[in-house]
Design a protein around this ligand. Sequence first.
Ligand SMILES: *[C@@H]1O[C@H](CO)[C@@H](O)[C@H](O)[C@H]1NC(C)=O
Length: 313
Amino acid sequence: DGSDLTYFAAVKFGDDATEFYLLADTAATNTWVMGASCSTAACEKHSTLGSGSSSLDEKSGTFSIAYGSGQVNGTLAEDDVQIAGFTVSMTFGLAGYASSDFESFPIDGVMGLGRADMTSQSVTEGTILDALAKASLIPAKVFGMHLSRNEDAQDGEINFGAPNPSRYDGDLAWTSAMDNDRGFWEIPIDDAAVDGSSTGLSDRTAIIDSGTSYILIPADDAAALHKLVPSASKNGEVYTVPCDTTQNLQLTFSNVAYDISYRDWVGGTVGDGTCQSNIIARQTFGAKQWLVGDVFLKNVYAVFDQDNVRVGF
Ligand SMILES: *[C@@H]1O[C@H](CO)[C@@H](O)[C@H](O)[C@H]1NC(C)=O
């Protein structure tokens, strides 16, 4: 959406090819869409899938997912799904309940792009990537992701089956993804820096998450990072910095330092020439795990390679 908070794709479901906006979520393995039987305020505001599709096959299984904010549950269903010019039959969650958190988001569901083969927490048989590969519609279980910066262009893209070389210069640098039981694309961070000055933080990992707008890191790490930014100050889990800050941050993976432009990490104004930092002091998972979202991804072309268990930038 316009403020770079949410990245979603138009996906068509069913033989009537109704279009749904699904959050492109690399940190989730489950795909679900709001169902016609859902009568919460969130579902009433969105597109729902139901009897309009005669190919919809509702199953007896159920699913239930709790997010950091928001809860959804319902039954499993199978139907034709169209994306990127492909049509594939897949199993997904059909939500009979979606909490009010989903009222304000422009999405009708979630497209899981995590590593479903790594986790028992998947409610369905696999992701859309798995379904496309199983149907031999793509040559490899890999996808490339270019997230646009609204200020520059509205040209975001997911490329299934291979990276799109027209979206990046030079060579991709790969980092092996670590084992974890949640299906995350998790990679070791070599260093985090502000304008080339290292924070000295090591032994951290990044969960690369297109479904998260910002970068969420434990409070002590957020303190170490903002200490290197002149006039940064803390208010709860949010830091503020001067709006005219022009320092870039760097995250280093496999010996390559990637800039996070000040245009992305220096966020909206809170008044008096002060702006919010989009690096939030919040531990989401382990004490050494950083949730690295769109604020970073807007700065790179990212490739998620499930066959070779690696992430390339
Ligand atoms: C779905 O969640 C709602 C709200 O927590 C709950 O009332 C309902 O029983 C749940 N339904 C199922 C099938 O789990």
